[in-house]
Design a protein around this ligand. Structure first.
Ligand code: UDP
Length: 236
């Protein structure tokens, strides 16, 4: 039985590449879509924010002569491409999903508002909020914190390729240990990297717990939703 009624799921753009070096893996999209559709079928209200790092990152552009603001706008458009791809995959998996955009771009998607997002979720639709926060100099981590707080999600689920937060980088330090729970303050004190600081602080200040978990293992999303102890929970 799901322990959450409403969640905000953050997916990284980079994971959507799968084993490729760039772009979208239909396998990863299909696997994510099936897992998400399964929990939607149980009545969990789902908001999703996706990164764009598999296509373009603003900072990469700066090194190649792009202005940062333009580069970030390109990055935000990359998240729209990913959002449309996931919407398609979710529909193929039998779920109803709609893309709302943080930057006006009908008919690609309707402009995001809290009221519209809640209306769609109440109707049983998965809402994918595309275009980050709509502003340069931010990240999709911050977009997920912002939208999570706005839609009054009970938790922000950060689906990544690692299975939680460790005392040190487990790939470099064999003695690194995983936390099952940790407080926001302890993360600051140990200078651990969970999300960028803007996003992290937004969650702390608004008392939105974060669960970091490995989304690439099928079945894990369901386990998190059912309250099983996998990944790491960050709370006040
Ligand atoms: N971006 C932005 N404002 C936002 C969200 C994203 O300018 O509110 C841009 C930024 O250039 C970033 C890119 O979009 O590099 C892709 O997003 P992100 O890096 O968060 O994606 P991820 O690394 O999670 O794939």
């Amino acid at each position: 039985m799901p322990i959450y009624k409403r969640i905000l799921l953050k997916l990284s753009g980079e994971s959507l590449m799968g084993t490729q070096k760039y772009g979208l893996s239909t396998e990863v999209l299909g696997s994510y879509a099936e897992q998400i559709a399964a929990i939607a079928a149980e009545g969990v209200q789902i908001g999703i924010v996706i990164g764009g790092g598999n296509i373009f990152r603003g900072l990469t552009g700066v090194g190649r002569g792009f202005d940062r603001v333009k580069g970030d706008q390109m990055g935000m458009l990359a998240t729209v491409i990913n959002s449309l791809a996931l919407q398609g995959a979710l529909e193929s998996a039998g779920a109803k999903a709609q893309v709302l955009t943080s930057i006006r771009m009908e008919p690609v998607g309707e402009l995001y508002s809290k009221a519209k997002a809640l209306e769609l979720m109440e109707e049983g639709r998965i809402v994918i909020v595309a275009g980050g926060t709509g502003n340069p100099y931010f990240t999709t981590d911050t977009a997920s914190a912002l939208r999570g707080v706005e839609i009054e999600a009970e938790v922000l689920l950060k689906g990544t390729r690692v299975d939680g937060i460790y005392t040190a980088d487990p790939e470099k330090d064999p003695t690194a240990e995983k936390f099952s729970q940790i407080t926001f303050d302890e993360v600051y004190r140990r200078q651990l990297k969970v999300m960028d600081l803007t996003a992290f602080t937004m969650c702390k200040q608004n008392d939105l717990p974060i669960v970091v978990f490995d989304m690439d293992t099928p079945g894990n999303l369901r386990k998190v939703i059912d309250g099983e102890q996998i990944g790491t929970v960050v709370r006040n």
